[in-house]
Design a protein around this ligand. Structure first.
Ligand code: SF4
Length: 207
């Protein structure tokens, strides 16, 4: 009888393994490791961690920045106005949250006051995202917003310069678009996001 694979830990510490200490594993251990993580200072102010939501076998994976206040309270990414806009964006290309779609953020804990993530927080949390992507093994990743795109593509280029092309993250095709929260503040760029979604749909159809 086979046993479920477990994370290989290079070491353990009080409060559980940090992101950087996970080598490989399964969802069960990831779901235990993230709420126990104290690798960066963001753990001090969080209500709860926000790992992600959706179909763990999804072909589509969307990656945003970090939980906001509502996400921190509810434990789910992309709720509130930005979440509604994201759901509408998904519906426009015949997708629905939770159905062949998985949604996550680069950071699993809320930065205080919704400030931008710090580089050391991104560095410490990214291994969790990397493990999620490996477990889901999506056909296409959509990086939404500057932090997701710059983190996954290891670049400091702007969103506007990264749009419209297919990249690869760990072998998975990846495209870039704006974050829904940005679009709420910059309505004229919604048309560009719509173009990105159509590009994503065409890209998925070609994979
Ligand atoms: Fe750990 Fe990530 Fe939360 Fe920092 S943001 S405490 S690395 S789960």
């Amino acid at each position: 009888m086979g046993l479920a694979p477990v994370w290989r830990l290079r070491k353990t510490q009080a409060g559980g393994p940090s992101a950087g200490e996970l080598a490989d594993g399964d969802w069960i251990t990831l779901k235990q490791a993230v709420p126990a993580c104290t690798a960066c200072a963001l753990h001090k102010a969080r209500t709860q961690t926000v790992l992600g939501v959706g179909d763990e076998k999804a072909q589509w994976m969307l990656v945003g920045e970090a939980p906001g206040a509502e996400e921190d309270r509810l434990g789910e990414p992309f709720v509130g106005q930005a979440g509604k806009l994201l759901d509408n964006m998904l519906a426009a290309i015949s997708l629905k949250r939770g159905e062949n779609v998985y949604i996550a953020n680069v950071l699993k804990c809320r930065p205080p006051g919704n400030r931008n993530p710090e580089p050391d927080e991104v560095a410490k949390c990214t291994p969790f995202l990397k493990q999620q992507i490996a477990l889901i093994h999506p056909k296409l990743i959509i990086a939404m917003g500057r932090f997701a795109a710059q983190t996954l593509l290891a670049t400091d280029a702007s969103i506007s310069s990264l749009r419209g092309r297919v990249y690869k993250y760990e072998g998975v095709p990846l495209i870039v678009t704006y974050h829904p929260a940005y679009l709420l503040r910059n309505l004229p760029d919604k048309a560009k996001a719509w173009a990105d979604l159509l590009f994503a749909k065409r890209t998925m159809a070609s994979l």
